[in-house]
Each structure stands twice: as C-alpha cells, then as structure tokens.
Design a protein around this ligand. Sequence first.
Ligand code: SF4
Length: 82
Amino acid sequence: MALMITEDCISCGACVSECPNDAISQGDLYFVINPERCTECVGFYNKPQCVEVCPVDAIIPNPDHRESHEELLAKKKQLHGE
Ligand code: SF4
C-alpha cells in the first residue's frame, strides 16, 4: 500500500531525502507522495523511512492504493531493476 501525506504536514521536508524511490515532492499546499513510486520502502528498509522521520505523524496508508507485499516488491523492481 502506498502511503500518503495528510494536511497535518508542516512542510519541513524531513522526509524527502529519506525516500529511496524519490516519491516525495512539494505539492501545492504541502508535500505529496507519488503512489506510482511509493513501495512503503519494501525492498530497501523494514519500515517506511518517511514515517520514521515525520515530526507530526502526517504520513498514513493511502486507502486508494492498497497493494500486497509482493506487489510493492514488484514495483520496487520495476523502478530500480533487481
Ligand atoms: Fe518513500 Fe518509503 Fe515513504 Fe514510500 S514509504 S514515500 S518509498 S520513504
């Protein structure tokens, strides 16, 4: 399941450099996660790195992008190769 950033985001930018998939960018109001690139960090880390560093707990599962572990791993391989 891709993650998403809520309106609680304070636009500190702490998450951007933590993402191994370059999935996070500045949106119109606050930072946003591209669900086509977010793998929930599967294939890189055991925990979503953006969630780990967010000081206001503004990053949650995206209910519109439910994916299994296998699907997230396949996305990671598609983005980066094996
Ligand atoms: Fe990037 Fe991982 Fe956060 Fe997804 S969960 S946006 S891959 S840091």
